[in-house]
Write a protein that binds this ligand. Structure first.
Ligand SMILES: [Zn+2]
Length: 101
């Protein structure tokens, strides 16, 4: 399935390109990420699968978004859509409160 695409140079190049496509920003919180920090640093770049691999999601570019380590850790066991929806839901509630105030 993924034959020939798992060497480190390829992955690094792909990650850099994806980072540039997202403007270097986390897909959740919009923080500027940093490829040079340690992988456990809050600004480290992590990969988010839109469709989890446990549900048949792939490592193809179309199924991956980049997020900072902080969001990746905060998301925990939720999948990308659940997490994003939960966060957007919160924001919608806040906006509704502001409108009705
Ligand atoms: Zn983030």
């Amino acid at each position: 399935m993924m034959a020939g695409s798992s060497n480190k140079t390829y992955r690094m190049g792909l990650r850099l390109r994806m980072l540039q496509e997202q403007g270097g920003l986390c897909c959740y919180c919009g923080v500027k990420m940093d490829m040079r920090v340690a992988s456990n640093h809050p600004l480290a770049v992590t990969r988010e699968h839109l469709k989890p691999r446990s549900q048949g999601g792939t490592d193809r570019v179309g199924n991956i978004r980049l997020a900072c380590r902080k969001c990746n850790t905060a998301r925990g066991a939720y999948n990308w859509l659940e997490w994003k929806t939960m966060r957007l839901g919160e924001w919608d509630e806040i906006a509704a409160l502001e409108r009705s105030a």
